[in-house]
Write a protein that binds this ligand. Structure first.
Ligand SMILES: Cc1cc2nc3c(=O)[nH]c(=O)nc-3n(C[C@H](O)[C@H](O)[C@H](O)COP(=O)(O)O)c2cc1C
Length: 187
């Protein structure tokens, strides 16, 4: 089974990429194959609402999203991390989310995948919970199976992430829950 980690941060090697790497290491230890999408190294433009994906499984915008659609489609689980920007996800992640409209219109191709969320903020109470909820909203709109950290809502982290012991535990618990549910439903 395959789990993909998505970082919505523009910062190469930043806190969000570290949290995704940490989560994917847990999944690999449990025998899952992993993939990663780091938006610091991808160009994904916003949806222009052209409507072309209503009838065809194609997005007319010519950018890296063409390579990302197959990665998303083949995943069994998706863990998404984002920096909190003004109380919500980054524009980079929102652009990717909006571009997945094609997958929804072409037969709910993300439905049934297991998803979890991580939000990393500069402040302790900088909007992490709201941001996790916004990621969950995207997952629900795709018909995904949404999990938290087996206690609350998901990964809630303050920078520097590697010093936030409690936050890192919520990340580990979230990926563990994704793995648990995948093992339950795919066995
Ligand atoms: C434009 C901008 C807006 C931000 N807004 C918030 C915010 O609302 N709440 C918060 O806790 N941190 C905020 N931050 C801090 C980032 O969340 C933090 O630096 C980020 O999670 C670091 O992750 P990275 O190293 O992966 O980029 C903001 C940072 C930027 C650049």
């Amino acid at each position: 089974m395959n789990i993909i980690g998505i970082s919505g941060s523009p910062t190469k090697g930043g806190n969000n990429e570290k949290m995704i790497e940490m989560a994917l290491a847990v999944a690999e230890d449990r025998g899952f194959e992993v993939d990663r999408i780091f938006l610091s190294e991808r160009v994904v433009a916003p949806c222009t609402a052209c409507g072309d994906c209503t009838d065809k499984k194609v997005c007319t915008i010519d950018d890296d999203m063409a390579e990302l659609y197959p990665l998303l489609e083949r995943a069994d689980g998706i863990i998404v991390a984002t920096p909190v920007y003004f109380g919500c996800m980054t524009a980079q992640l929102k652009a990717l989310f909006d571009r997945t409209l094609m997958l929804r219109r072409q037969g709910f191709l993300l439905s049934g995948k297991v998803g979890g969320a991580i939000a990393v903020g500069g402040s302790r109470n900088g909007g992490q919970e709201k941001t996790v909820q916004a990621i969950h909203d995207w997952m629900h709109i795709h018909g995904m199976i949404v999990v938290g950290d087996n206690s609350h809502f998901g990964g809630i982290v303050q920078v520097p992430a590697e010093s936030d012991e409690v936050g890192m535990q919520t990340v580990t618990n979230t990926i563990s829950k994704i793995c648990d549910v995948l093992e339950m439903i795919k066995r």
